[in-house]
Design a protein. Sequence first.
Length: 112
Amino acid sequence: MIFSSELVKGTLKTIVLKLLSENDRMYGYEITQKVKELTKDRIQITEGALYPTLHSLEKDGYVTTEKEYIGKRVRKYYSISPSGNSRIKEKLKEFSEFTETMSFLLDLKTAK
């Protein structure tokens, strides 16, 4: 089962920051492939969703970029910034609390 883009959209910044916190630097396609690999294809991030997220994280100062020239092509690498490392801790805590709340809310046995 592939998770819907609606579910993934709300967690994409958290996913990207977490991956970058565990890797020195990554480029866009590498991020999409790593997510597919780690989730056994259940989460598939499109470039149309990923790049606006990366640009937003860069604008907010949570990631930094570095360009590397490979022949005639330019590859843009993303790395987590010090403020991004602080932010990921907050995002992971928020996500954990959210999933606990959703589990409670949707568990009809506990709601009785």
